[in-house]
Write a protein that binds this ligand. Structure first.
Ligand code: HPA
Length: 278
């Protein structure tokens, strides 16, 4: 059997963070590529680089700072991940999702996940934001489910329910906030791939056919682990580029980062609104 991260190691990481903060965060927030800005608004911030947390992998991607920012947003104690860990960096699925396990052991009951994604739904335009209503675990279906390995019975069941990955009540609240603030909120299914290459036109036509609205390289494993531990999840994708179903344009990381500038204020408004009800 492979070497899996143990609950004792997770607790060591959780303890290392707890020892450096004096608040109890109630919401974990993961910021996707180009969406780092929100972390700068955190009040009374404590910064903890991932490299200073035992057993933590370090994010290596441009646009991902790789640290926790812990403090208050809208008066709510939050733990923000400025940058996430991706499977394509070469880490195991357990390492990729370790931050979620740590949140669970810190007693954080809510998770807001954001990401940059390619718009597969032809009605989406770069700069749009999409409420994630469900997800397709493309990587996990092929054998890379992050729950593979010994089950943590203290946290959740061996065969974890995934009938409601994204909390319906939170989704309704997000719709309401977007409407009040005049933000057009698209909705749909997020499909998680491994990356790091972007999709070929045939990949994208396939993903479209099976019901994908937005495609990206993250989020799905995190949400599986979050639900295993019964966290309530809100997911928002920033549509950074139009998926290129006919091969006529090129997708680049620069494009993803640029769209982030338009998307960030919209996501920030929704997240701020949500913090009042979480
Ligand atoms: N494909 C996969 N991941 C992405 C994309 C995309 O087009 N855009 C941003 N992340």
């Amino acid at each position: 059997m492979q070497n899996f991260i143990t609950l004792a190691q997770i607790d060591e990481a959780a303890q290392a963070i707890k020892s450096r903060i004096s608040i109890q965060p109630v919401v974990g927030i993961i910021l996707g590529s180009g969406l780092n800005g929100l972390a700068d608004s955190v009040q009374n911030p404590v910064y903890i680089p991932y490299g200073e947390v035992p057993h933590f992998p370090v994010s290596t991607v441009e646009g991902h700072a790789g640290r926790f920012v812990i403090g208050e947003l809208e008066g709510k104690p939050v733990l923000v991940m400025q940058g996430r860990i991706h499977y394509y960096e070469g880490y195991t699925m357990q390492q990729v999702t370790l931050p979620i396990r740590v949140m669970q052991r810190m007693g954080i009951p809510n998770l807001i996940v954001t990401n940059a994604a390619g718009g597969v739904n032809p009605n989406f335009t770069p700069g749009d934001v999409m409420l994630i209503t469900d997800q397709i675990n493309f990587v996990g279906m092929g054998g890379l489910n992050p729950l593979i390995g010994p089950n943590f019975d203290e946290i959740g069941f061996r065969f974890s329910d995934m009938s409601q990955p994204y909390d319906r009540e939170y989704a309704d609240l997000a719709r309401k906030i977007a409407k009040e603030k005049g933000i057009t909120l698209q909705e749909g299914v997020y499909t998680g791939l491994s990356g790091p290459s972007f999709e070929s036109p045939a990949d994208l036509r396939f993903l479209h056919m099976v019901g994908t609205d937005a495609v990206g390289m993250s989020t799905v494993p995190e949400v599986i682990i979050a639900r295993h531990g019964n966290m309530r999840v809100l997911g928002i994708s920033g549509i950074s580029n139009k998926a290129n179903l006919d091969g006529s344009t090129i997708t680049s990381h620069v494009e993803v980062m640029e769209a982030g500038k338009i998307i960030t204020p919209k996501i920030e408004t929704i997240v701020r609104g949500m913090l009042h009800v979480m």
